[in-house]
Each structure stands twice: as C-alpha cells, then as structure tokens.
Design a protein around this ligand. Structure first.
Ligand code: SF4
Ligand code: SF4
Length: 139
C-alpha cells in the first residue's frame, strides 16, 4: 500500500503593502485636528485613557470626556486655546502637541487617513505666503 504523503501547507508569502510616504509633519503644526469641536470616542478609548492614568473607567469618563446630547456620542473634553478658541484638554498649548500620544483615542490615530493632511497643506501655503515659518493660520 502506498504511503500517505505528508501534506505541507503552503502559506502565501505576502510582502506588506508599501505605505505612501507621509507628507505632513505634526511637530510643525499647531494642532488643527485637535481643535475639532467634537472628537468622538468609544469605550475602548475611555478604557485606554483610564489605564494610562491609573484611574477607574468611571473617573476617566467623567473627567476626560463629555456626552454630546445632539450627536449622542462621547467626546474629548476641551479647554481654552489662544489660536482656535478651544482645543482638546490633552493638548499641550505651549508645546503644541498631544500629552497622551501613546494612549490617544483611535480617531486621533487614524487621522488624516491619507499621506497628505489638508490642514498641513493649508498651513504650508499660508506660511510660505506670509514668509513666516511660525505663522499660525486659522481656518
Ligand atoms: S492637522 Fe494634520 S499635520 Fe496638524 S497635527 Fe493634525 S494630522 Fe498633524
Ligand atoms: S488626544 Fe491627543 S491627538 Fe487626540 S485630540 Fe487630544 S491632543 Fe489631539
């Protein structure tokens, strides 16, 4: 009787898709996307920030987020900002950067979902137009 051949599974060797080069630099941006009036979060985002600060889910939800009755979603609380009027409470308004980068919500991770950021294009244009690399253009 012929011996049964051992079947060796063949796995497709797939190379990861090359990611398009990022054409924006958040470190040079005053944080337009962090000034959105409503930055929606989910339970996982709240839980992640609760873990980050070592507080309970309830504490994080109450202190870092607010429920938007119109949109019926939880969103990041905001604070005053000299450029945009209001900005995310986790934004460092002196250094112009996120203070919870590792624990930031999913929506912040995904934005701008492309190799280009429209805000950054706008900023670059305005800075070149004003011949001022520090200029903060408001929309
Ligand atoms: S607006 Fe664009 S460039 Fe500016 S911080 Fe957000 S993602 Fe970065
Ligand atoms: S959590 Fe960080 S990245 Fe997200 S809006 Fe706030 S400051 Fe910006």
């Amino acid at each position: 009787m012929p011996q049964k051949k051992k079947v060796i599974p063949i796995r497709a060797i797939t190379k990861p898709e090359p990611q398009p080069r990022r054409q924006y630099d958040c470190s040079k941006c005053p944080g337009y996307c962090c000034s959105y009036p409503l930055i929606e979060v989910g339970k996982r985002d709240i839980a992640r920030l609760a873990r980050h600060f070592g507080v309970s889910y309830e504490h994080a939800q109450k202190n870092y987020f607010k429920f938007d009755r119109g949109a019926k979603v939880w969103s990041l609380r905001r604070k005053k900002d000299e450029h945009f009027g209001q900005i995310c409470r986790f934004f460092d308004t002196d250094k112009r950067r996120c203070t919870v980068y590792e624990a930031r919500p999913g929506v912040c991770r995904d934005y701008p979902e492309a190799s280009k950021c429209g805000y950054y294009e706008f900023l670059r244009f305005e800075r070149s137009h004003q011949q001022d690399p520090e200029f903060v253009a408001t929309t």
